[in-house]
Design a protein around this ligand. Sequence first.
Ligand SMILES: [Zn+2]
Length: 201
Amino acid sequence: MLLPEPIQRLINAFSRLPGIGPKTASRLTFYLLNAPEELSLDLAEALRTLKSGTSYCQTCYNITASGRSECEVCASATRDHSLVCVVEEPLHVLAMERTDSYTGVYHVLHGALSPIEGIGPDDLRIRELIERVRSGSVKELILATNPSMEGDYTASYLSQQLRPFGIRLTRLARGLPVGGDMEYADQSTLLRALFGRQEMS
Ligand SMILES: [Zn+2]
């Protein structure tokens, strides 16, 4: 081994992250090695508290600060708690919040159903969503899963499961890039998709 162990160790750690190949991993490692120590210490501290400082909201399963049982959206008295937007990832909550026009609350599934990858209903926060609807406080669910094969499949599965509760079930209007990720939809596209949402058949 040509490189000292601490250097190789950090290169290996970076390489395990999505989108980072061996070259980028080496470049980042050597950058930190040559940068002021403060940068490495800040990074180490941020990583150390990433998990311990966060937890899931017990209502919508979005990420929140640890020690809180509900996120800011769920705890807000000014939001419409009978309107629930169902998304795949916490980042999609951020995308919806950026539109500045959504007044309801959320439910984060933490993924989408994928028979090919073996991801079933029990791997997602689907049971929790059904319980939430069963409790009777929800009037409309906006199924805002990605406009992808898995996202569409998840939306129709949820609409089948939730149909008996007699609530309004809508899907974001077409116009979002097909096969794309909600996270990358720009504000105006997302806004049009939200206001043009259609009843699930
Ligand atoms: Zn919440």
